[in-house]
Design a protein around this ligand. Structure first.
Ligand SMILES: NC(=O)c1ccc[n+]([C@@H]2O[C@H](COP(=O)([O-])OP(=O)(O)OC[C@H]3O[C@@H](n4cnc5c(N)ncnc54)[C@H](OP(=O)(O)O)[C@@H]3O)[C@@H](O)[C@H]2O)c1
Length: 320
């Protein structure tokens, strides 16, 4: 396991984060049920038992219900707030009477969104606020003004982004007094163009790679924590394979899991966490066994050969 860049600002943040996108049930305007509350409570308890103290939210998750249900649980154990880190996101707006689904990094939307998250969570501050997806209409001075005000009011302690390439990060950073400390991207064994972009520089095999060249290095240089969303590839490796490359990887995953005495999920996370840059996976499973299996990844270090084997299985042929 590698050191997290994040520990320079949140010294004891857990190497694995719990993603709260599934807490609260459906993405509808209805309330959550007692069963959903019980399930959310159980997931949080299991995560805490496994040493996970970092929780990832967004204002939109389950239409606000993920934060709301988390807030209800926090209210029953207020001492918990100081023992955990809460990250949330803003900037995505669903279609409404005023327009289609859109991104919004305007000053007013950022401020309103954070106030809404704090109200639903029932707490006074967020440890980290992320801008969810790049808004082409972003005016960086407005973002800077919003961040400044949120920081001065003590409502947000640190700031970051999600789904941005390194040019976007660099551009925004120039306008901000606060360092951007996180970039959350989709990174997993199946969605692995971030590795492909490194091994195919100046090689025709890299022609169809879709990843921001230089992002990994930029984050390492600037101490930006890379977080991996969908680190389990949404369960693709846990279900019967529909693609030959997944079946091939599953064989090796199972072999390594037997060797380390762990589960498939452990190996999938260990593959991400083997990168020296120190990736923090944000797990979305709400299954107790899978949460516990993920947490074991901190104790599994894949060999260079095992790491490359899984990468080779997924790319379907050997590296250049
Ligand atoms: N920044 C962004 O744009 C962005 C986008 C998406 C997500 N996120 C964040 O990332 C977190 C994780 O995302 P994610 O939920 O897509 O990640 P994930 O951990 O890759 O996938 C979790 C999903 O896969 C299922 N799954 C995992 N292993 C399985 C198995 N062996 N068999 C069957 N199903 C399996 C889980 O079902 P079970 O619950 O039954 O295990 C759950 O529905 C979210 O909670 C959110 O915080 C961020």
């Amino acid at each position: 396991m590698q050191t997290l860049a994040m520990t320079t600002v949140l010294s004891d943040a857990s190497p694995i984060a719990f993603g709260c996108m599934g807490l609260g049930g459906q993405w509808d305007g209805l309330g959550y049920t007692a069963a959903e509350l019980k399930q959310a409570h159980h997931c949080i308890e299991v995560a805490l038992e496994e040493g996970i103290n970092f929780f990832d939210h967004a204002d939109i998750y389950c239409n606000g219900k993920s934060e709301q249900i988390f807030g209800e649980i926090l209210a029953t154990q207020p001492q918990l707030r100081e023992q955990i880190y809460i990250q949330s996101k803003c900037g995505i707006r669903f279609a409404d009477q005023e327009g289609p689904q859109r991104y919004d990094f305007s000053y007013q939307h950022i401020i309103d969104s954070v106030n809404g998250s704090l109200r639903r969570l029932g707490c006074g501050y967020l440890d980290i606020l992320l801008l969810h997806r790049p808004d082409p209409l972003m005016e960086p001075e407005e973002v800077a003004r919003a961040f400044e005000q949120l920081a001065a009011a003590g409502k947000v302690r640190h700031f970051g982004v999600s789904n941005m390439n390194h040019h976007q990060l660099q551009f925004l950073q120039r306008y901000l007094d606060q360092p951007l400390v996180v970039n959350q991207m989709e990174l997993n064994l199946l969605h692995c163009d971030f590795v492909e972009s490194m091994v195919t520089v100046n090689d025709h095999q890299g022609q169809s790679v879709h990843f921001s060249e230089g992002l990994i290095e930029y984050c390492a240089e600037q101490n930006v924590q890379l977080q991996a969303w969908s680190p389990l590839a949404k369960g693709v490796f846990g279900r019967p394979a529909t693609e030959a490359k997944v079946a091939m990887a599953q064989e090796h995953i199972d072999q390594y899991a037997r060797q380390f005495g762990c589960e498939r999920e452990t190996i999938l996370l260990a593959w991400l966490m083997r990168l020296p840059i120190g990736i923090q996976p944000v797990i979305g499973t709400m299954n107790e066994q899978r949460i516990r299996a993920c947490a074991k990844a901190v104790d599994v270090s894949l060999s260079r050969e095992q790491w490359y084997q899984l990468f080779t299985d997924i790319r379907g042929h050997h590296i250049p």
